[in-house]
Design a protein around this ligand. Sequence first.
Ligand SMILES: NC(=O)C1=CN([C@@H]2O[C@H](COP(=O)(O)OP(=O)(O)OC[C@H]3O[C@@H](n4cnc5c(N)ncnc54)[C@H](O)[C@@H]3O)[C@@H](O)[C@H]2O)C=CC1
Ligand SMILES: O=C([O-])CC(=O)C(=O)O
Length: 331
Amino acid sequence: MVKAVVAGAAGGIGQPLSLLLKTCPLITELALYDVVNSLGVAADLSHISTPAKVTGYLPPDDGGKKAMKDADIIVIPAGIPRKPGMTRDDLFNINAGIVKGLIEIIAEVAPKAYILIISNPVNSTVPIAAEVLKAKGVFNAQRLFGVTTLDIVRAETFIAEASGNKSVQSINIPVIGGHSGETIVPLFSQAKPSFSVDDEKLAALVNRVQFGGDEVVKAKDGAGSATLSMAYAGFRFAEKVLRAMNGEKGIVEPSFVYLQGVPGGEEIYKATGCDFFSVPIELGTNGAEKALNPLTNLTDKEQTLLKACTEALGGHIKKGVTFANSAPPQK
Ligand SMILES: NC(=O)C1=CN([C@@H]2O[C@H](COP(=O)(O)OP(=O)(O)OC[C@H]3O[C@@H](n4cnc5c(N)ncnc54)[C@H](O)[C@@H]3O)[C@@H](O)[C@H]2O)C=CC1
Ligand SMILES: O=C([O-])CC(=O)C(=O)O
């Protein structure tokens, strides 16, 4: 029996993500929570002929607690998205409180759940979640993930386009660091299969992965940010976590984790000075079982990107930690 929850299920990401989760045979119960419209989304999805039993919850009558009670995996795309001209950090003032409130509920009713955070700014919302869980005495770093899969999905797509590789799904590329602008570090030198483009094209590819989110925000012109590609990416990561929980071996995907709480993370922490960092993670029945060190054999250009990443990321992490420890409990 596997209970999955989507918090923010009626939103632009939440709806297609819930649809994809409804198609996953590994899930037996799918609880959809939102502050609006979740009952309608649940009724709609409940007619699909797949095993997961779908239920919807709104805040009244402790709906959040009921939705998340005893969940095995909770995916969080709750919060406002960007409009043109905004940075992800501009979302902090609203989304920090939303994530804090949801994690407070999870700490109480589902302390063992795997938590996958999509809400931006991921570089700060994941540290907020960790601090709240620590304060409640239920933090398990191996079960808290910032979802950075969309950066990997973009890198795979853009390499396939640039190199003319027709089998995009065979491409593997680590993207490390954080999830905003210069904190996103694609390691094209470690792409499999390897590929080569001239320096100018490589710089353009790096820039496109780092600022791919802006491309969508601009095209949507005030109607939000990436939702469909994010739902795909969120499902891809959630499904890998579920398959690993189910005993499948050898599953690796980068994710933004608390390095010092994941085996193998300590040496990456020492090298970067960042408590939280996205690196390839080996997933298993205990969640993040091993952080794989991608920092050996970086090219000079990648070293420069890494330096810019760690300089900015440290501040984002600190902002989240400070907020978590100073804001009052959310309602
Ligand atoms: N990690 C990543 O790679 C990506 C992250 N995002 C982020 O995901 C978040 C959601 O984006 P969209 O779905 O486009 O936004 P949206 O506005 O369409 O949906 C957000 C949903 O969250 C709900 N919500 C707000 N407060 C809530 C609470 N306390 N509890 C439960 N639900 C609540 C809203 O009612 C809404 O239905 C944004 O912060 C966005 O920046 C977006 C794309 C990629
Ligand atoms: O750009 C945004 O605000 C949404 C996001 O995180 C992405 O698309 O990578």
